[in-house]
Design a protein around this ligand. Structure first.
Ligand code: NDP
Length: 296
């Protein structure tokens, strides 16, 4: 039976994704796929794990490329009859640094939102139909994806938070909010709609708030799904030393992979966490109200 079980981690040639593959190779009963947009980097990462006695498998996956996701889906369906664990880890951060122009901010808003929110969502739409009963899905959010990163008590910010937090929020409404940010950012008018002011992490913050709000909608869908016991959660892995954090994070990638791999391995018929925002220490944090635990 375990021969047929399969786990996939997106963007896993380095960083937290790589460490998650490492953890799953030890603890998941079945095949574990390291995936990467660049095949050479992915195969080199597989070799690294083989050197320490682990046996990951490999498949190319670029979430920006729909045909790449479709190829992976068809391969998983043909080889394993579906998918048991999906860790949506792939993401980018294009920081807005001092001296950069408004045009660069506008460009980043498009690029970051496309990968982190729209293309993650598209990968889910393509791969969710092949999830098997008892499947586990983990969406990598961030502490920066916590709703309280939309600041302010003026009515526009309060309304924006209320929309994103609504238990009735739909995919269409969320897509349109994410488009609103990108469109407003083109004109430098995003704060007018309640979005955070231009800063180092702004585009990343909004994209990760999108990922978290998306997870809550996906959870609602899984609760109604005819397939038994499919569980999804979103996670803050901690501040981790990786390329994304310019290696400034305080946790090792292995520590950063602790909560994501724990969520990927939640036992059958677990009662919680389900649809929850999970902190790196495995505690559940209220995504709407907080409070957020102190930084690691
Ligand atoms: P890294 O930048 O180290 O790794 C990101 C991975 O995603 C890389 O393998 C990268 O590939 C891959 N990737 C990027 N774009 C695509 C794409 N289009 N298709 C497939 N893969 C892609 O980041 P981290 O390991 O730090 O981050 C992993 C996750 O954790 C992200 O979702 C991040 O937002 C989140 N996170 C990280 C924190 C941290 O402190 N590091 C804190 C909170 C959240 P390539 O090597 O080719 O660039």
């Amino acid at each position: 039976m375990s021969q047929n079980r399969v786990a996939v981690v997106t963007g896993s040639n380095q960083g937290i994704g790589f460490a998650t593959v490492k953890a799953l190779c030890s603890d998941f009963e079945g095949s574990v796929y390291l995936t990467s947009r660049n095949e050479e980097r992915g195969l080199a990462a597989v070799e690294e794990l083989k050197k320490i006695g682990l046996q990951p498998k490999y498949h190319q996956l670029d979430i920006n490329d729909e045909s790449s996701v479709l190829r992976l889906r068809d391969y998983l369906k043909d080889t394993y009859g579906g998918l048991d664990v999906l860790v949506n880890n792939a993401a980018i951060l294009l920081p807005f640094k001092e001296g950069m122009s408004d045009d660069i901010f506008a460009e980043h808003a498009c690029t970051v939102m496309q990968t982190n929110y729209f293309d993650t969502q598209r990968a889910c739409k393509i791969l969710f139909p092949i999830l098997k009963p008892h499947a586990r899905v983990v969406n990598l959010s961030s502490m920066l994806g916590h709703l309280t990163h939309i600041p302010g008590e003026d009515s526009v910010a309060v309304n924006l938070r209320a929309k994103l937090a609504s238990p009735d929020l739909t995919y269409e409404e969320l897509d349109s909010l994410m488009h609103n940010f990108v469109d407003a950012a083109q004109k430098g008018e995003h704060t007018k709609y309640g979005w955070p002011a231009t800063g180092y992490y702004t585009t990343y913050i909004v994209s990760k708030i999108g990922v978290s709000a998306l997870t809550r909608i996906q959870h609602r869908d899984f609760e109604r799904d005819s397939r038994e016991d499919i569980v999804i959660n979103h996670v803050h892995p901690g501040y981790v030393s990786t390329q994304m954090s310019d290696y400034k994070g305080v946790l090792t990638p292995e520590k950063g992979a602790v909560a994501p791999s724990w969520l990927a391995l939640l036992p059958p018929n677990v009662q919680e966490p389900k649809g929850a925002f999970v902190w790196c220490d495995k505690t559940i944090v209220d995504w709407v109200k907080g409070p957020m635990p102190p930084l690691d």
